[in-house]
Design a protein around this ligand. Structure first.
Ligand SMILES: [Zn+2]
Length: 288
């Protein structure tokens, strides 16, 4: 099996994709007897946005179908403001969304049940009806439930990070599925330390980055940033300058679109924008 690959062209960004299968990205049995296996291809897609395509691959590693993952566009009211018990949502009414590649998601195998979006998101080859959970977390208002299945080490701080994730998801308008994956990878990098308020801001910013736009401060010039090279570091100031100059040319750019311009982890990009805001060069607008 090692060395096998599948090729297809993403219909959204038109880029040719090569998926290599090894022991980690193995094909897995979907339980269908059509002989096709499901595999999720995660890549920077349109506008630099993280996209996920679910592919059905046959025994010869030919891609037989292509299904880009999307969330519903509206979040319905999931909780009553009056402290009344929430109506039970039957599982039949929930849309199941599966992302097979748990490697891109930091190695997590988990499920997220979101009653506001009517979705049941499965990350990795989990079998939620059969497997025992390692950890179960419910959001503050009860509309989102996360179950972790055997996968990553449960560090002392991981439950708190995942609690912050579901609490944040509950407060936001619908996010993009790719951004869940970005967020999980970010959490995986940091779950050995306690999450501070600063990290909560980053989680919220990653998850809503498709909605975030910028206002430039009219009387600040890039030349002022030059004076901060010693304080902030040479590379940081160069990166900040690149972002400011791009924003001058394309003032409508959203944070998520910047991830196509600046090809690093979105959490690093957010860190630079937070620095620019702190230094008084721009404002980040969280529109809902
Ligand atoms: Zn694409």
């Amino acid at each position: 099996m090692s060395g096998a690959e599948a090729r297809y062209t993403c219909e959204l960004c038109r880029s040719p994709r090569i998926i290599r299968f090894n022991s980690v990205t193995r094909l897995f049995d979907t339980g269908h007897d059509n002989g096709l296996s499901l595999f999720s291809d995660i890549h920077r897609c349109q506008d630099g946005m993280l996209g996920i395509n679910n592919l059905h691959v046959d025994h010869n590693y030919d891609v037989r179908s292509f299904d880009p993952l999307k969330l519903p566009s509206e979040k319905k009211q999931a909780t009553s403001g009056l402290g009344l018990p929430m109506p039970k949502v039957s599982e039949d009414g929930m849309k199941r969304i599966r992302v097979t590649d748990s490697v891109g998601a930091g190695g997590f195998r988990l499920s997220i049940r979101d009653k506001g979006l009517d979705i049941f998101l499965l990350v990795g080859d989990v079998k939620p009806d059969v497997e025992e959970t390692v950890l179960s977390i419910t959001s503050a208002k009860g509309s989102i439930e996360l179950s972790l299945f055997p996968s990553v080490e449960v560090s002392k701080y991981l439950p708190n990070w995942l609690q912050n994730l579901v609490d944040t998801l509950e407060l936001l308008p619908p996010t993009k599925i790719g951004l869940f994956i970005d967020t999980l990878r970010y959490i995986r990098k940091l779950d050995k330390i306690p999450s501070a308020n600063f990290h909560k801001t980053i989680l919220r910013t990653i998850l809503s980055s498709h909605k975030i736009s910028f206002s430039m401060m009219p009387d600040r010039y890039v030349i002022e940033l030059e004076k901060k090279r010693d304080l902030l570091g040479h590379d940081t100031v160069s990166d900040m300058t690149t972002l400011l100059e791009y924003l001058k040319l394309f003032p409508e750019t959203t944070l998520l679109q910047f991830s196509g311009v600046y090809p690093h982890e979105i959490s690093d990009l957010i860190y630079l924008f937070l620095l620019l805001q702190q230094e008084g060069f721009l404002f980040m607008n969280y529109s809902t």
